[in-house]
Design a protein around this ligand. Sequence first.
Ligand code: ZN
Length: 368
Amino acid sequence: MSSLAPFSRRQFLCETSRFTALSALAAVVPLPAFASFRANIPAINQTPVEDVGYAAIYKISDGHYATISNTSKGFTTICNGGFLFGKDAGLLIEGFGTPAGARFQFEAFHKLAEVAPAGALLTHYHFDHSMGSAFYGATGVQFWGHAAVARRMTDAYVALQGADRAAFLASLEKHVREAKTDTAKQHAQSDLAAFGNIFDMANKTVLAFPNRPLDPARLPLQLDLGHLPIIIEHYAGHSGTDLIVRSPEHKIVYTGDLLFSHAYPACFDEQCTMPGWRNTLKTFASWDKDTTFVPGHGPVCGQEGIQSLRDLFDDLGEQAEKMHKAGVPVSDAVDQYIVPDKFKTYPIFAWGLCIAGAIRKLYAEMGA
Ligand SMILES: [Zn+2]
């Protein structure tokens, strides 16, 4: 795995300059600010080793780094990522929202590591993690992902390329027009903006699929990066294509979107499963109490971040059950969820993708 020669900086910049124009497109995506690095893990240095505003890179432990996006300062990376390296090779995590985002992390990796990346691992197919992946095609870095990623990206994003924007957004525009309350109208408007921007991103982006598909039936995959054993595993919950990277000796886990840290989780995916996701979080909670989690969005956290997301799922479940018992139809229930005070500071990417998606799934489980 260490056979790939590292790129020289000059060669690298030449290969990547063509992608810079794409970074501008993400500036139109309306996202809440995922800004802070981490809550309360005193052993980790709060000062980033690299900081470009829209993202910063923090050292978690020897050979373990977290790339944390700050969407209040731009949408080049959008999601979090990171990288690990041992004595022989490294592993980059995520393709990010734009190729410029992937390039930022790749360049930081080469400043810090003296080995080549064995690959870049996509944690799941969603646009904010995958749309920068074409960058890897130009750099010769092997691109790893769940075996279903190519099909899911084709269905979700290739299908939008060249499609009729107005037709794609028609039903969402209807929701805005026919909203029964101001709250429902605001939710519908946030969904319309989010889907409009996803449509535009898909139409402006060179989409790339993993050239090293990982069959979940053959996971976990154990690798040694050179005195650094890591494990790649698949868990159910967020998207049906979710992979995590675990470094057991350092007790560090890169979770992708199976963990939204101090933020509302995106529950819209057709393969998102609420019981499956809650079960996965239960597994994460069973790991060592000193485990450090690098989430797909939000600050790096310890077990308290897992507990907080489990509490949030409990609240979604309790409110859905209460509305269901009271006979509130699902079409109204999706707008009637009330954000409790303790989650008021949690960013919501788009109401429909996060909360309405969760309520719909919970209603379906209750037989509605
Ligand atoms: Zn996601």
